[in-house]
Design a binder for this molecule. Structure first.
Ligand SMILES: N[C@@H](CCC(=O)N[C@@H](CS)C(=O)NCC(=O)O)C(=O)O
Length: 277
């Protein structure tokens, strides 16, 4: 007999979640395709929009079971990038929570998806991809709506460069396993200083790269891959590492625009089904 399914709700959205390694047996969480009836799914003013639970419930009835499955952790900035990109493209997906603090990334069933034991991982039918950069490139080819890369080769290269700086020269230096290692080998204070120094070094480079090009968003007036990678990174930098963003006026301005996007807010940690309130 199949296990009983439990509906899990948050105050603003209908969440059906299933966690690796938990006994929770919730139905899969369905992230709705925002493009279906985007304006109707949101209530409130532009900066503090909330998903409209009634409209969401109505949309959920019409939405077939999503094909894509995203393995994610609410506080993971790498997962946030992919959630943001999926929302921008209006792609529905099932959310599967991997609790990094409980070590669920090391579970044998997750290891089959990513032998490196990191989230996010995306499953699209027979295709399994881990690493947010690779996932975004895959989504861009397979689901070309709402492009995340501009056609202009120079702007495209800049977007890739920014994404790469965030994903290879900033985030790995403050991820859970790195910080745990530093704390054990060097000490808790060094762990904070090291994170702050690494983030600031990366932000100085991004500020220089973007200051003459940025407009509303990182490379113009459209949201592209550079924004998708930068926005969660800036959120983590300010909230977790208390970085003073006044040193980075261009990045701060871009972040103000990105923070107001419903697709970004819907992807934010506190709106995920595994969020600890
Ligand atoms: N380059 C990978 C990095 C993935 C990564 O570092 N994920 C973090 C969460 S943001 C993680 O799973 N950390 C678990 C750990 O450090 O043990 C990507 O962009 O997806």
């Amino acid at each position: 007999m199949p296990p009983p399914q439990v509906e899990c709700r948050s105050p603003t959205t209908i969440h059906y979640s299933s966690e690796i390694g938990s006994d929770m047996n919730c139905k899969p969480y369905q992230q709705l395709p925002l493009s279906l009836s985007e304006s109707e799914l949101w209530t409130g003013t532009s900066t503090f929009q909330q998903l409209n639970p009634t409209k969401l419930r109505m949309a959920a009835k019409d939405d077939p079971t999503p094909k894509l499955v995203l393995y994610s952790y609410w506080q993971s900035s790498c997962s946030w990038r992919v959630r943001f990109a999926l929302n921008l493209k209006g792609i529905s997906y099932e959310y599967k929570a991997v609790n990094l603090l409980k070590g669920e990334q090391f579970a044998p069933e997750f290891e089959k998806l990513n032998p490196l034991h990191f989230v996010p991982a995306l499953v699209d039918g027979d295709v399994v991809i881990s690493d947010s950069y690779a996932i975004l490139m895959y989504l861009e080819e397979k689901y070309p709506q709402a492009p995340l890369l501009p056609a202009d080769p120079q702007h495209k290269a800049l977007n890739l460069q920014v994404a790469s700086i965030v994903s290879s020269s900033i985030q790995p230096l403050h991820m859970l396993s790195t910080l745990k290692y530093l704390e054990e080998k060097v000490g808790p204070q060094e762990r904070i200083l090291f994170s702050q120094t690494s983030v600031e070094k990366g932000f100085h480079a991004l500020e220089k790269l973007l200051k003459d090009i940025a407009s509303k968003y990182a490379t113009g007036d459209e949201v592209y891959m550079a924004d998708v990678f930068m926005a969660p990174q800036i959120a983590v930098a300010t909230e977790r590492f208390k970085i003073d963003m006044s040193k980075f006026p261009t990045l701060s301005r871009i972040y103000e625009s990105l923070k107001a996007l419903p697709e970004f807010l819907a992807a934010s940690p506190e709106r995920q089904p595994d969020a600890v309130k």
